[in-house]
Design a protein around this ligand. Structure first.
Ligand SMILES: [Zn+2]
Length: 75
């Protein structure tokens, strides 16, 4: 799934199974790719900004403190 940030003009592809939570590594890599500016908080939990082709849903928190995220299709 392609996730974009229309503020930085960045995009990243996440290989996730629909309905399965992302790993902490996937969350961190996506944030770094989409919003590479340290201290910037332009994006959402994945660093995304602007309309997305998928729904990014927070379902909890991982042990490391990162949000637990599921990518789902738009309804
Ligand atoms: Zn940013």
């Amino acid at each position: 799934m392609k996730i974009t940030n229309d503020f930085h003009g960045t995009q990243t592809t996440i290989r996730a199974t629909l309905g399965r939570p992302l790993t902490a590594g996937q969350v961190i890599r996506a944030r770094r790719a989409l919003c590479p500016v340290s201290g910037c908080s332009c994006g959402g939990n994945l660093g995304e900004r602007g309309p997305q082709s998928v729904r990014i849903e927070i379902i909890g928190a991982l042990a490391c403190g990162a949000p637990e995220i599921v990518i789902a299709p738009h309804e």
